[in-house]
Design a protein around this ligand. Structure first.
Ligand SMILES: C[S@@+](CC[C@H](N)C(=O)[O-])C[C@H]1O[C@@H](n2cnc3c(N)ncnc32)[C@H](O)[C@@H]1O
Length: 555
């Protein structure tokens, strides 16, 4: 996306995450202390009981939208309101904004993943080029920064966001992102938002949206950040949670993770901001199947060698699915941190045989494909296991280009059983454990709002059981790579500590290898604190926050 159109100032904008962060302490102020617009009825409810399940004006006030209702005397849904006032009706919403709105609604209503629904939706509607870029930034940026915009909307509307009808709220979030996160001129963002609300929720709701958008456009981003930080109270975690748009429990867990992995809590604002920035697309040239130079040449202008992994190429944007090397499976889309941890497991020193490798939790197969392509160059074989059948199918697809001899089997099964069923059967084992994914928030725009502390509890129990199984499945002298795309201590350091202790009780002794040393062998300039395990970070390394512990089995 570049340049700006005269109509709505559609431009690349600053993108999300460029706010000042407003991190200092400040006086406490009530969150809803803003200059409200809607008047409010103080009920804090939404809907208003029109019996149709629709919410006429978006405010949740039972009496709102009265004018339009009065025109025909009945209680009717939003579309009927607009029918009663055709002169106010817009011809149609801008297709890019409508697409972003529909993505937000589907994400909310169906628990869908934005990055799975947006591309086909754009194709279906014939939205391409700059408009597709605009819709993508609008949808993903709004989802990432939802917490920030909700705090702004609460102040501008003078009511809790829970009191605003969800479709109207989504339109307002999109409007807020256009004004505060992209460089859309305020008048264009406001009128497009009001038009969208009118079209989807009716004239009464549009009036409300108009008032809220007016308030939002009265201030710039920095002023809003200061206001919402002050409303959040004096604690840095609370202030950063609203300004940098993370649930407070996630902000807290990330702060502890920085400290627990030997970094400074001062890095927290930069880490949260990195989660809010769209990452470059990262590709892997699978060893023996593709040369990096070949991938760079195919990817064209804007493609660069990765910063760390010798296999990596990065792109500024666009959809690499059409590249020949990607279509053939000789290259893939893979975060550079994921490449580094898989390469490190393959490079960790081993005494004795090195012919049989296991990927215990392989779906959808990115690391399995990288490991198997390396295995093919060393006469080794990979067994890839995945508990979910549809993800096991994805693993098979990912391995399509790997020579047959290097893939022993792709299995569907519970990785917790493999240690008992095949003790000591493997020389190298990758456990890329199911985790909260809190290290990859920049890639999954909505995921921070879906995860709960309860997920963490369930996952940490599973991670310990899977690691126990991995430590049984590896032979004495073999190496297990424990990997997560989360830096959270319960899923990383503590999970490993617990599993190693439990293994010791079961007669399995391990030693922790120097993972940073192995990584430095691959990427000499990688900045890692002097500890045996390795934690990558988006704000430091530009990768997802991948964790790696390498354990060698001694008995
Ligand atoms: C973090 S993902 C692995 C990503 C994969 N290594 C890659 O690079 O594409 C974790 C995977 O573990 C799978 N999984 C969850 N529980 C499992 C279990 N008990 N046994 C085996 N796989 C499991 C999930 O379905 C998911 O596909």
């Amino acid at each position: 996306m570049s340049g700006a159109s005269g109509r709505d100032g559609r431009s690349g904008g600053r993108g999300p995450g460029h706010g000042s962060g407003a991190q200092g302490d400040g006086g406490r102020a009530g969150r809803s202390g803003g200059r409200g617009t809607g008047g409010g009825n103080g009920s804090g409810t939404r809907g208003g009981g029109n019996g149709s399940g629709t919410r006429g004006d978006g405010t949740g006030r039972p009496g709102a939208g009265r004018q339009e209702r009065g025109a025909s005397g009945g209680r009717r849904g939003p579309r009927q309101y607009t029918a009663a006032a055709p002169s106010q009706r817009r011809r149609s919403t801008d297709p890019a904004r409508a697409a972003a709105f529909d993505v937000l609604r589907t994400v909310e209503d169906s628990d869908a993943y934005a990055n799975l629904i947006l591309p086909p939706l754009l194709r279906e509607r014939g939205i391409t080029g700059r408009d597709a870029g605009f819709a993508t930034e609008l949808a993903y940026g709004t989802l990432r920064l939802r917490g920030r915009y909700d705090a702004v909307i609460e102040q501008a509307a003078g009511r809790a966001v829970t009191a605003i009808d969800p479709p109207v709220l989504d339109a307002l979030r999109l409007g807020a992102h256009q004004v505060l996160g992209m460089r859309v001129p305020p008048h264009a963002a406001a009128s497009e938002t009001v038009g969208l609300v009118r079209e989807r929720s009716g004239a009464g709701a549009a009036q409300f949206a108009n008032a809220v958008m007016r308030r939002i456009t009265e201030r710039g981003l920095d002023e809003w950040l200061e206001l919402i930080a002050d409303a959040a109270g004096p604690e840095q975690v609370d202030r950063l949670s609203v300004t940098e748009s993370h649930p407070a429990w996630v902000t807290r867990a990330l702060r502890e993770a920085l400290l627990g992995h030997g970094r400074s809590a001062d890095e927290l604002p930069a880490l949260l901001a990195a989660d809010n920035a769209a990452p470059r697309v990262s590709l892997v040239a699978r060893p023996g199947l593709a040369e990096r130079e070949e991938l760079l040449a195919q990817a064209g202008s804007g493609a660069e060698p990765g910063r760390w992994a010798p296999t990596a190429v990065t792109l500024a944007g666009g959809d690499p699915a059409g590249l020949r090397l990607i279509r053939s499976g000789r290259a893939g889309v893979q975060d550079e941190g994921s490449q580094l941890v898989a390469l490190a497991l393959a490079e960790a020193e081993l005494d004795g045989p090195d012919g049989r490798w296991l990927d215990l939790c392989a779906g959808p197969g990115g690391k399995a494909a990288l490991l198997a392509s390396i295995a093919a160059t060393r006469d080794a074989r990979l067994v890839a296991n995945e508990v979910q059948p549809h993800r096991a199918r994805l693993v098979r697809q990912a391995l399509a280009a790997v020579p047959d001899g290097a893939v022993e089997e792709v299995r569907t099964g519970d990785g917790r059983d493999i240690g008992a069923n095949e003790p000591g059967a493997y020389d190298r084992v990758l456990l890329d454990a199911p985790c909260t994914g809190l290290g990859a928030l920049r890639r999954r725009p909505e995921s921070r709002w879906r995860r709960t502390p309860a997920d963490l509890a369930a996952l940490t129990a599973l991670q310990r059981e899977l690691l126990a199984s991995a430590l049984r499945a590896v032979r004495v002298g073999g190496v297990v790579g424990y990997v997560t795309c989360s830096p959270v201590l319960a899923e990383t350091t503590l999970a490993v500590l617990d599993a190693v202790r439990a293994a010791r009780k079961a007669g399995i002794e391990t030693e922790t290898l120097d993972a940073p040393a192995v990584l430095h062998w691959i990427a000499p300039d990688l900045d890692l604190p002097p500890r045996p395990d390795a934690q990558l970070w988006p704000h430091v390394h530009g990768t997802d926050a991948m964790h790696l512990t390498l354990l060698r089995r001694l008995t």
